[in-house]
Design a protein around this ligand. Structure first.
Ligand code: URP
Ligand code: ZN
Length: 451
């Protein structure tokens, strides 16, 4: 299969150049100022950016929770991803207590079914057992899993304490792989929630009041101490406070291997969303919560100043009905969607407003996720790399007017006005999205074995 893209503005790692790009057998095979091929299908991308397609390092499809699965499975989640210009994502394996990590991985792979994006998994470590180091080694060496996820929140289910986190970090360091951490002080949050409930504070605003800023940045502080001890490569997921980013940035200057991910919800919204009607506010119950306007601006500034390494979504969508089941804020299932909107939201806030360049967007949304998580041949436009590409278009429209592919009936971004969007999406050299909708015949994605 061959495809030629002519006259586009190619977004390369350090520069943008107007050039033609030739794709063969799913890979980029030629980049020249002008390429002519007889009888080959071609796209005229004149005046448009051609970007490496997005890689979302943080999604939860078919995630099992006490109230049921997240509403997007790998089929609908990957469709939403493609429609937004993301062709690869990293989901999670979450073992049960006592379950061997490899068994959990095999079980997880069995639920995938149709998936039109390439994908990998972070392995969650939800407890410490004497067998964990051997199982982690098998994950890395036999199953291509080079990142491990830990949660400091959710202490009565999958969360671990700092002592166990240190053991995970030491083991990861010995295997030369990344530990990713949900940084919230779970014990303190549980205590604050119990106090709120005992005072009959049931309103949704207490979701954010019982997860104050310090429950994140003090967790980050303690993690930095552990990095000093272990020198483990560490990635903090969905950073939501300005103070956490400040601490991470200082630790980086000290030479520590720490990296920050944030998500569009933390630079788009501020906490008054919890005072909206109950049905609207339910969509924003996620952890960490939406924070103050000061934090929102702080996150925005830190991104513009280059203090954030990657952009994820934490795509974890539920239906309104699933969210409504809760009797008080502590019982509302956590999470929201966004995988289709990540690039548009970032472009609109940072590129259209000239705070950052389109190369910066590519770095956060594609190149860095590929490098940090060792995704083979992904994340940049270069010869021999996968032909996962996006032809970008300037626009001015509301997200809610587009064809949305998530199965959730909640879209917290529906009213957001965007300035740019994926116009044509190419996955492994094949057009999968154009004219505002997905193509009928989508090829299956592949599990990415990481080395
Ligand atoms: O509220 C959230 N973020 N739910 C998904 C699980 C997690 O904590 O990332
Ligand atoms: Zn998550």
């Amino acid at each position: 299969m061959q495809l030629l893209i002519k006259n586009g503005i190619l977004v390369l790692p350090q520069e943008t150049v107007q050039a033609d790009l030739f794709i063969e057998n799913g890979e980029i095979s030629q980049i020249e100022s002008s390429i002519s091929k007889e009888g080959i299908p071609y796209i005229d991308a004149k005046g448009s950016f051609v970007l490496p397609a997005g890689i979302d390092p943080h999604v939860h499809l078919s995630l099992s929770t006490p109230i049921g699965l997240t509403v997007d499975d790998f089929e609908s989640g990957s469709k939403a991803a493609l429609a937004g210009g993301t062709t690869t994502f990293i989901d999670f394996v979450t073992p049960r207590k006592g379950q061997n990590l490899i068994d959990a991985f095999i079980e997880r792979k069995a639920v995938i079914g149709n998936c039109y994006c390439d994908f990998a998994f972070h392995m969650s470590i939800i407890e410490w057992r004497t067998e964990i180091p051997n199982e982690m080694e098998a994950c890395v060496k036999e199953y291509g899993i080079t990142s491990f996820k830990t949660y400091l929140a959710y202490r009565n289910s999958i969360g671990i304490d700092f002592d166990d986190l240190e053991k995970v970090m030491k083991t990861a360091k010995s295997l030369n792989v990344m530990v990713t951490i949900h940084a919230e002080l779970g014990d303190i949050i549980d205590q604050l929630q119990n106090e709120a409930i005992s005072k009959k504070h049931y309103d949704l605003i207490y979701h954010s009041k019982t997860r104050p800023d310090y429950t994140e940045y003090q967790a980050v502080e303690k993690i930095i101490e552990l990095i000093r001890k272990t020198n483990c490569k560490t990635y903090i997921v969905h950073v939501s406070t300005a103070e956490s980013l400040n601490k991470i940035s200082k630790a980086q200057k000290e030479g520590l291997p720490i990296f920050a991910e944030t998500c569009p919800q933390y630079f788009t919204f501020e906490e008054s969303v919890y005072k909206d009607s109950r049905n609207k506010a339910l969509g924003f119950i996620m952890s960490p919560p939406i924070r103050s306007e000061e934090n929102r601006r702080g996150i925005e500034k830190a991104i513009a100043d280059g203090q954030v390494s990657t952009l994820g979504t934490d795509h974890c969508p539920f239906t309104l009905e699933q969210k409504q089941k809760a009797t008080n804020f502590t019982k509302v299932v956590n999470g929201t969607g966004g995988i289709q909107h990540r690039l548009s939201l970032f472009y609109s806030r940072f590129i259209a407003s000239k705070k950052l360049s389109v190369n910066d967007m590519t770095k956060l949304a594609s190149t860095h996720p590929a490098q940090f998580f060792r995704l083979p041949n992904k994340g940049k436009i270069a010869i021999g790399f996968d032909a996962d590409l996006v032809i970008w278009k300037k626009t001015s429209e509301k997200i809610g007017k587009r064809i949305l592919y998530s199965r959730s009936d909640i879209d917290i971004y529906a009213d957001e006005q965007i300035q740019g969007k994926a116009d044509i999406v190419i996955k492994a050299g094949k057009i999968v999205y154009q004219n505002g909708k997905l193509e009928k015949d989508l090829p299956q994605g592949h599990y990415l074995y990481r080395k």
